[in-house]
Design a protein around this ligand. Structure first.
Ligand code: ZN
Length: 434
């Protein structure tokens, strides 16, 4: 059964610049938050702490006893989130290490099949794994003792244990964070009010109020990113949204993705026709900003105004993209959309005017938004094989010619806009493979 909800992140923004004193208080929290994380990394990131980190109560208790919270004066609503935040990173690292070692075992030609079997067995049993790393005797239940002894008969266990320890030492990195611009907040530490949010700070029972640009209220754990210089913040909120079922969305739609226009359908309908206007405005601004910046670098120019301008143009572009994707879905009412696999750095589309990195990034944004919106409305999004998809005639399959955005087929006489031909092929390829 398909899931009925999906998780997405929504963002909230401050309505006006945050006052200097309030920003200072947020910075204090972020600094302490980092310090707690680094403390946890240092104390529990190593091999010796491996038995303590699952499920983590030991760490929590020890951290309570460590006196760090009192020394920092950080409210517990922040302190324990920082602890679990760091603990999550440590656990992630162990998961990664294990999968890297497993890969190494698979690819190591000096290991016999018996060696591999043995190594996999001990890695699966966390007790075994820990005692090998800590060079302690294995204390196992009978259930595991017997099979282990049988496996040990065919291998040089000392050598394999050394191998395992060496691999762990190789992959285990010291975790550390230098960022002091973000922290998480649990529901007890904030309260929404009319068009704003109250946040707990280090001073007891005091909260600061930050007016927000929207009036939405949430109850989940929030992640707050602060920008002290700009005196801004962004709140990241994870939310579960119910997937919508649109029973009247029944169509199969082929799409071509363009450089100047966002989408053309197999019926020749166009969405995001003004996309390149927004795109040019942004990339011109970025380019000119960079030129001006490098010219005046000696004067140590500030970039505050530039950053604000860039953000404004980017927001306008994104609003446009989202509105056009919505319009596409509402108009076409698709049950399924077929589109070519991510365009290769197409020769046809090279345009010097477009700042390449900006344009690539924005194209990624369009894809992401389309993917997300389709998931939210349970519309199937299918990528089809993209080779020659714009060169083939959608009527007869012969390779044709493209001139000035018109596709012409000499075999059957077809003549239609190039993107529409591509979209028709996307639909065709998608339906053949169903
Ligand atoms: Zn043809």
């Amino acid at each position: 059964m398909p899931p009925s909800t999906i998780c997405k992140t929504v963002h909230q923004y401050n309505r006006e610049p945050i006052s200097e004193p309030d920003m200072k208080k947020l910075v204090e929290i972020a600094k302490d938050y980092s310090e707690v994380k680094n403390y946890v990394y240092q104390r529990y990131g190593g091999i010796k702490s491996l038995p303590k980190i699952y499920p983590g109560y030991t760490v929590q208790n020890e951290m309570t006893g460590s006196g760090l919270r009192a020394r920092l004066g950080l409210p517990s609503v922040y302190f324990y989130l920082a602890v679990f935040d760091a603990l999550g990173d440590i656990k992630n690292q162990w998961t990664q290490i294990k999968s890297r070692i497993e890969k190494g075992i698979r690819e190591n030609e000096n290991l016999t099949p018996e060696d591999r079997h043995y190594l996999r067995f001990v890695m699966k049993q966390s007790r075994c794994f820990e005692s090998i790393l800590l060079e302690k005797e294995m204390i196992l239940s009978d259930e595991w003792k017997k099979p282990l002894e049988e496996l040990q008969r065919d291998v040089d266990e000392k050598r394999l244990h050394q191998y395992l320890r060496r691999q762990v030492r190789r992959h285990l990195k010291k975790l550390h964070t230098d960022t002091v611009d973000r922290f998480s907040v649990s529901a007890q530490a904030y309260r929404y009010e009319e068009h704003g949010i109250y946040l707990a700070i280090k001073e007891k029972r005091k909260r600061i109020f930050i007016p927000l640009t929207d009036n939405n209220q949430y109850t989940s754990q929030l992640n707050i990113c602060i920008f002290p210089k700009e005196r801004n913040l962004i709140i990241h909120v994870p939310v579960e949204t119910r997937i919508k079922q649109n029973d009247n969305y029944q169509n199969a739609v082929g799409l071509a993705v363009g450089i100047h226009t966002m989408f053309v359908t197999d019926q020749g309908n166009i969405y995001g026709e003004r996309y390149s206007d927004y795109q040019y405005a942004l990339s011109d601004y970025v380019r000119e900003g960079n030129i001006r910046y490098s010219r005046n670098r000696a004067n140590n120019p500030g970039r505050k105004k530039y950053t604000a301008g860039k953000r404004r143009l980017e927001a306008a572009l994104h609003t446009y993209i989202n509105a056009e994707i919505n319009r596409l879905l509402q108009t076409e009412r698709p049950a399924v959309i077929y589109l070519p696999k991510l365009p290769q750095s197409s020769k046809a589309g090279v345009n010097k005017k477009i700042n390449n990195s900006v344009s690539m990034w924005q194209r990624g944004y369009i894809r992401d938004r389309l993917t997300q919106k389709c998931r939210e409305q349970s519309i199937e999004l299918v990528e089809v094989f993209g080779k020659d998809i714009s060169n083939e005639c959608s009527q007869c399959g012969t390779i044709g010619k493209k001139t000035k955005n018109i596709f012409v087929c000499n075999a059957c006489g077809a003549r239609l806009p190039e993107r529409e031909n591509t979209a028709k092929n996307a639909l065709k390829r998608g339906q053949v493979n169903q």
